[in-house]
Design a protein around this ligand. Structure first.
Ligand SMILES: Cc1cc2nc3c(=O)[nH]c(=O)nc-3n(C[C@H](O)[C@H](O)[C@H](O)COP(=O)(O)OP(=O)(O)OC[C@H]3O[C@@H](n4cnc5c(N)ncnc54)[C@H](O)[C@@H]3O)c2cc1C
Length: 475
């Protein structure tokens, strides 16, 4: 490959659109094919009118991490500005927490602030940037059904040269990017080409999300605890968003049949009322009912297997390559990181043959994305084991790494330095090993949060939770 290319992007979700804008600005010609036909509305009305069946989580809570803002402001500052103009919220957790918890504002605290919005508002802004970008064409209502490929003699693996849409149209390109999300059918498309199977790691989904959106007339509700609060059997998320809106979510185990009753508004409301640090977040005008969503499991897909690409001419980005379950709200930040690496790749591989490009992309993904994938899977697996233990009465096996993470979480209420360490990890500013390997970090975390009760935040135990929901408490 050399110089400016024609890139076909399969999927016009957040990452397909980010990739298109970034590559278009580098002089590539980009065609995005998005299955959903709806035209992009004005961000002001996106929440009300935009239907996106291709993205199951489109109307569910989304919170961008601080890293997302950092990347956006550095690399696409006009998109960051457009988001602010559309009402996105620059949210500074440290400024929002009581001074007794944050320790007051310190130098450099600004780095923990994020820029966040409801998904339709966010995506409408990015879609507008793509539509306005010279060299980028977004074709909505265009579904990719098949890949076109040849078999170059040298590599012996299929080389993708384009796609065929559901209408039978053939489109050729120098590079195809799979940005078709967590439901990407790439595995089957590659099998149709006779390619070897990609290597995949998959985790069971295990969480279920009971969510509701609200709108207020003033500032965000007071932040009395972290945006993600761990309690017996459930996690509570209070996630600020754009234009005076926010969401409140109760996250439970998908195996917790009793808690499925939280789909019912009255029970959901009664349960939320029993958490003193979060209850006031539901004292506002609801803009949705309670939506229940069984969260999908994580998946990492590799297109280089045993040191050899299974395909060339095609690279996967975003959820299509690495999907992380939503419990830590990292998918969009990881995806933007990945899209930026794609831009760097195309800047660096001028003249390289397709095999080298595939190998380099595998390495870039392993370096930039995989550590975040692993960190997310590790935390969510341990958290799920904890809430399953709450339900069954059989505690999860002891795990030193998880014990340290829990000590950190407990310690955030006692030590403002530990709070900032935790915000670095949650905001994707530093990976857990980077933080814990600093001199004195482990000792500090254990001093602040070691030996804390299993659930230090004030809230109901399982029996009280079930009682609040009007459910029978097992004898
Ligand atoms: C319940 C839930 C909550 C989440 N909350 C957060 C959060 O708080 N913070 C966060 O950062 N992340 C969150 N995420 C993750 C985030 O939504 C994803 O990481 C992000 O959407 C990935 O973007 P993408 O562009 O890779 O894929 P998607 O947004 O899924 O886009 C893929 C697109 O490809 C299109 N498509 C699929 N197949 C084809 C085809 N054959 N031809 C043409 N088009 C096709 C689809 O229509 C879709 O538009 C959440 C996810 C879920 C499930």
């Amino acid at each position: 490959m050399s110089g400016a290319r024609h890139v076909l992007v399969v999927g016009g979700g957040l990452n397909g659109l980010f990739a298109a804008v970034l590559l278009g600005r580098d002089g590539h010609r980009v065609t995005v094919l998005e299955r959903d036909p709806a035209e992009v509305p004005d961000p002001d009305v996106a929440w009300e009118v935009w239907q996106r069946r291709g993205c199951g989580q489109f109307r569910l809570p989304h919170y961008m991490q601080a890293r997302f803002r950092h990347l956006l402001e550095a690399e696409l500052p006009d998109v960051a500005d457009a988001l602010v103009a559309a009402g996105a919220l620059r949210y500074d957790v440290l400024a929002a927490l009581p001074a007794a918890v944050s320790g007051g504002i310190r130098d450099d605290d600004d780095r923990y602030a994020t820029l966040t919005a409801r998904r339709p508002v966010l995506e409408a802004v990015v879609a507008r940037a793509a539509a306005a970008q010279a060299g980028v064409a977004v074709r909505r209502g265009s579904t990719v059904r098949t890949l076109l490929a040849g078999h170059p003699a040298r590599s012996g693996v299929p080389h993708v040269t384009g796609v065929v849409t559901a209408d039978g149209e053939e489109l050729r390109a120098d590079l195809v990017v799979d940005a078709s999300g967590r439901r990407s059918t790439l595995r089957a498309l590659l099998a149709d080409l006779g390619a070897a199977a990609p290597a995949e790691e998959q985790e069971d989904g295990g969480f279920v999300y009971y969510c509701r959106h609200f709108k207020g007339s003033g500032p965000m509700p007071e932040l009395r605890g972290p945006v993600q609060q761990w309690y017996d059997s459930v996690t509570i998320l209070t996630l600020p968003a754009d234009n005076g809106t926010w969401s409140v979510t109760i996250v439970g185990s998908a195996r917790d049949k009793q808690l499925r009753a939280l789909r019912e508004l009255e029970r959901w409301t009664a349960v939320m009322r029993s958490y003193p640090l979060a209850a006031h977040w539901i004292d506002a005008e609801p803009i949705t009912g309670v939506d229940a969503f069984g969260g999908p499991g994580d998946r990492l897909r590799r297109l280089v297997v045993d040191g050899r690409p299974v395909v060339t001419g095609l690279l996967a980005v975003g959820d299509a390559a690495a999907f992380t379950n939503p419990s830590l709200g990292r998918g969009a930040s990881i995806g933007l990181l990945h899209a930026l690496r794609l831009r760097e790749l195309l800047r660096s591989v001028d003249g390289a043959d397709p095999q080298e490009v595939a190998m380099q992309w595998a390495e870039d993904t392993a370096t930039a994305v995989e550590p975040w994938y692993r960190a997310t899977v590790g935390t969510s697996r341990s958290r799920l084991a904890d809430i399953e233990g709450d339900r069954t009465g059989a505690p999860a096996a002891p795990d030193d790494r998880w014990a340290l993470a829990k000590a950190m979480s407990a310690g955030t209420r006692k030590d403002p330095v530990v709070l900032r360490m935790q915000l670095e990890i949650a905001g994707m500013l530093a990976l857990p090993p980077e933080v814990f390997n600093r001199e004195g970090a482990v000792e500090r975390v254990l001093a602040a949060g070691g030996g804390a009760p299993r659930y230090p935040l004030p809230g109901p135990d399982r029996a009280a939770l079930l009682a609040a929901a009007g459910l029978a408490v097992p004898a």
